[in-house]
Design a protein around this ligand. Structure first.
Ligand SMILES: Cc1ncc(C[n+]2csc(CCOP(=O)(O)OP(=O)(O)O)c2C)c(N)n1
Ligand SMILES: [Mg+2]
Length: 287
């Protein structure tokens, strides 16, 4: 595992976080995401909620970051390649103190610093602009290679969607990373089995991602993407593997909000404030 100057404080913080505290953090991310989308009246509810648990683990202490210095050169990087999940990332960043929580209510409004899709030029803490699917893993691999060339020990994390993995450019990056020995790159695949207009297996089946990444020489794990302990342990195993690592997160699109789960049309939804309030109350009851 890499160690670097100034990192010890953050790593200690991570070890102190109990599972209950992590669960609460994930619930707070979901609540703040739903509040922001509810205020706007529409948004990418499903794809935001499926990645809240991995965001919780990363930002609870796994990533070495400094909210007061988002561009700190010894930080870890996160590329959210499925850029439409911006609102979940913004909720996390606000909870971590990158900016005031009130800013979340400006989501996707004119002049906002929080556009619906991630934009590194607008939002403190966003490391890469995304939205045109398929590009983020290449960007993450490039960042990881650049950091290695500079002799830096930072990790680069990337979150890719299952539908997004139909893009050809993803597989160029999958070919590239192990050849360049990018052992500082950890790619999560948010395998929520759904894309914009239906089930991924019906539209263009990405099939066995574990086998596919493995055959390109990645260190691969497939886990329950809503189990915080499994996510945390998979990241540690990935770091110990010494290889470019893929973690397939078996998730549910819309996880944590009954109105958004188990339906084919939960991608970009117009939301009813009654449903949002009900979902938030249910999440709050778990705190
Ligand atoms: C290149 C490109 N094609 C199409 C879109 C439109 N689009 C936005 S999200 C999405 C579905 C992506 O599915 P998935 O990667 O599974 O993400 P999820 O919705 O499950 O979060 C599509 C097709 C896009 N943003 N970029
Ligand atoms: Mg999906």
């Amino acid at each position: 595992m890499h160690m670097r100057n100034g990192a010890d404080k953050h790593e200690m913080e991570n070890y102190k976080m109990s599972v209950k505290e992590l669960k609460d953090f994930a619930a707070h991310i979901r609540i703040a995401t739903l509040e922001a989308i509810g205020t706007l009246g529409h948004g990418h509810v499903g794809g935001c909620l499926s990645i809240c648990d991995v965001l919780a683990v990363l930002y609870a202490g796994e990533m070495i970051i400094d909210a007061k210095n988002p561009d700190w050169e010894d930080r870890d990087w996160l590329v959210v390649s499925k850029g439409h999940a911006g609102p979940a990332v913004y909720a996390t960043l606000a909870l971590k103190g990158y900016f005031d929580k009130d800013v979340l209510s400006t989501l996707n409004c004119g002049g906002t610093t929080l556009p619906s899709h991630c934009d590194r030029t607008k939002t403190p803490g966003i490391d890469m602009t995304a939205g045109s699917l398929g590009q983020g893993l290449s960007a993450a691999a490039g960042i990881a290679l650049g950091l290695q060339k500079k002799g830096k020990k930072n990790y680069v994390y990337c979150i890719v969607g299952d539908g997004e993995s139909q893009e050809g450019q993803i597989w160029e990056a999958v070919l590239f990373a192990p050849q360049k020995k990018l052992n500082n790159l950890i790619c999560f695949i948010d395998d929520n089995k759904q894309q914009l207009d239906g089930y991924t297996s019906d539209i263009m089946n990405v099939e066995d991602m574990e086998k596919k990444f493995g055959s390109f020489n990645w260190f691969v794990q497939s886990i329950d993407g809503h189990d915080l302990e499994q996510i945390s342990s998979a990241i540690h195993k990935a770091k110990e593997s010494g290889k470019a690592a893929a973690i397939i997160l078996n998730t549910k699109k819309g996880m944590g909000a009954d109105f958004a789960m188990n339906r084919p049309d939960n991608h970009h939804m117009h939301v009813d404030m009654k449903d949002i309030k009900f979902a938030i109350a249910k999440l709050e009851s778990t705190l």
